[in-house]
Write a protein that binds this ligand. Structure first.
Ligand code: AMP
Ligand code: MN
Ligand code: MN
Ligand code: MN
Length: 285
């Protein structure tokens, strides 16, 4: 049976295609009973999502996915169950969003040099009021015929060494973990299998993350294949970290994985939700 919990997904507040209330409706229809909304660097969708979850009779958990720079690489740290009114968290995320806008302007400059004009305005039109992400640039570039789909456009324009890529300095790992933890939440390393770290750095990351008070890693995610579920279940166990589970759903056509289709955590994992009241229903097996 598919897992009934999903602790990683995106709405139009960041680079998802569904508005928070529509995303929650979609989750409910897909059989999800416990949901966290984890928009990139923004928590303004949580209140609407929580109301919608109440209406649909599903349990809602506050979430966010914070962009971090660690050893010159970008990592994503998911925060769960924090107080969304925490001032330090709110103002740190506001700063990240200012940085995102500056980065988007630099990305557009790079694309302009490669002969693609108007990318900032074009991506902004797609992102509407939300933060500017590479996903929005990807959609703009596909719409204007620069590649056949989002996947191809990333490879051609938006990754290291390509015209639309900007090396950006995000928050430190320690800051992200501390902000989440000090706001009463749990910090989770998102999709660890996606980082090209090598064994030594992967273990170093786990060790460092744990030392800052990190709680869990994603074991089952839309970005991992089944052998990686096993691999990261073992790593979690080795570092006494809990395990999380999320689809990383971004909406129809943009997601890595549909909602309501994720397998349960491998046997032996310690779920990050083990002592959550929201997930009691799931803990009774
Ligand atoms: P940003 O945080 O602005 O760098 O944007 C990162 C987002 O772009 C990720 O959260 C994904 O939603 C999306 N993304 C990154 N790489 C790819 C890819 N290769 N194909 C499709 N989407 C991607
Ligand atoms: Mn995204
Ligand atoms: Mn991510
Ligand atoms: Mn994500």
């Amino acid at each position: 049976m598919a897992a009934q919990i999903d602790l990683h997904c995106h709405s139009t507040i960041s680079d998802g295609l569904l508005a928070p209330q529509d995303l929650v409706a979609h989750a409910a229809k897909s059989g999800i009973k416990v949901l966290a909304l984890t928009d990139h660097d923004d928590i303004t969708g949580l209140a609407i999502a929580r109301d919608a979850a109440n209406q649909h009779g599903i349990h809602f958990v506050n979430g966010v996915e914070i962009s971090v720079t660690w050893k010159r690489r970008t990592l994503h740290i998911v925060g769960l169950k924090f107080d969304a009114e925490n001032d330090a968290l709110k103002s740190a995320l506001a700063n990240v969003r200012i940085g995102r806008d500056e980065r988007a302007k630099q990305m557009a400059e790079g694309l302009a040099k490669a002969g693609i004009a108007g990318a900032y305005e074009g991506a902004k039109e797609i992102s509407k009021q939300s933060i500017m992400t590479r996903s929005h640039f990807a959609q703009f570039l596909v719409k204007n015929g620069h590649a056949k789909d989002v996947k191809t456009v990333f490879k051609k324009f938006l990754v290291k060494g390509k015209p639309g890529f900007v090396e950006h300095q995000w928050m430190s790992l320690e800051s992200a973990v501390s902000l989440i933890t000090n706001a009463g939440g749990q910090a989770v390393i998102a999709h660890p299998g996606r980082y090209d770290l090598g064994t030594i750095n992967m273990l170093l990351l786990m060790h460092e993350f744990r030392s800052y008070g990190g709680a869990a890693i994603e074991v089952v995610t839309g970005s991992h294949n089944p052998p990686q579920y096993q691999q990261f279940a073992k790593i979690a166990h080795r570092f006494s970290l809990k395990a999380s589970l999320g689809s990383d759903y971004h909406g129809p056509g943009l997601s890595y994985m549909a909602m309501g289709c994720m397998p349960d955590l491998p046997v032996g994992c310690d779920p990050v939700w083990a002592d959550w009241s929201e997930a009691q229903y799931l803990n009774v097996k």
